[in-house]
Design a protein around this ligand. Structure first.
Ligand code: NAG
Ligand code: NAG
Length: 179
């Protein structure tokens, strides 16, 4: 009797975990922008992976080598050892959650203000970040957009990128259209 009860509890717990719906994409876009007196630096990665569950779990993962710059020399330098060191740290990752997911109705068209909170890892350095954004539901299709800022020195950037000094604050724009 006790055993049957435990099996039933385990089964309910299992289905509860697996009842969530996962939205995924392998073509989310992550752009960063840095503005200084000398120069604006901008690069885009259009092959970021992302997963979002309707319970709020959110993750992004991308390859540093996937960032495209207009200036090819800058792109090369960006990946070098004294900068992103992408041979040693090939990935950047965000793992966290949308904290107000309860306000989103995935069954109904709408544009919802959301807040994501979690750990952002760049070049082996992990920092807690909070980002505001918008989650849009259109005919059951989910997309998200967020613009937020990170401090370069929080992730250990102090150097120069060719002629441009990376600014104190980097603006990050993340756009994901889930399958
Ligand atoms: C973020 O990192 C902290 C400290 O390592 C950890 O306790 C926490 O569980 C992490 N959060 C997520 C969502 O991974
Ligand atoms: C939901 O949004 C889509 C795309 O914007 C639109 O084509 C559709 O008619 C909308 N459905 C409802 C029920 O409003």
């Amino acid at each position: 009797m006790k055993k049957a009860f435990l099996v039933a509890v385990a089964f309910v717990a299992f289905t509860a975990v697996h009842a969530q719906k996962i939205y995924a994409t392998k073509s989310a876009q992550v752009k960063f922008f840095s503005s200084t007196k000398a120069e604006d630096i901008e690069a885009t990665n259009s092959q970021a992976e992302s997963k979002l569950s309707d319970k709020g779990q959110l993750m992004f993962s991308l390859l540093i080598k996937g960032f495209r710059f207009e200036n090819e020399l800058m792109q090369e330098h960006f990946n070098e050892k004294d900068y992103m060191n992408s041979d040693q740290y090939p990935k950047s990752e965000f793992k966290g959650a949308i904290t107000n997911i309860a306000t989103v109705n995935f069954a109904k068209n709408g544009s919802y203000p959301v807040v994501a909170e979690g750990n952002l890892t760049i070049r082996g350095v992990t920092q807690k970040v909070t980002a505001k954004g918008t989650l849009t539901v259109a005919n059951g299709k989910v997309s998200t957009k967020s613009v937020f800022k990170i401090k370069a020195k929080d992730f250990g950037f102090t150097g120069k990128l060719i002629t441009g000094t990376i600014s104190e604050e980097l603006e990050i724009t993340v756009t994901a259209k889930y399958d």
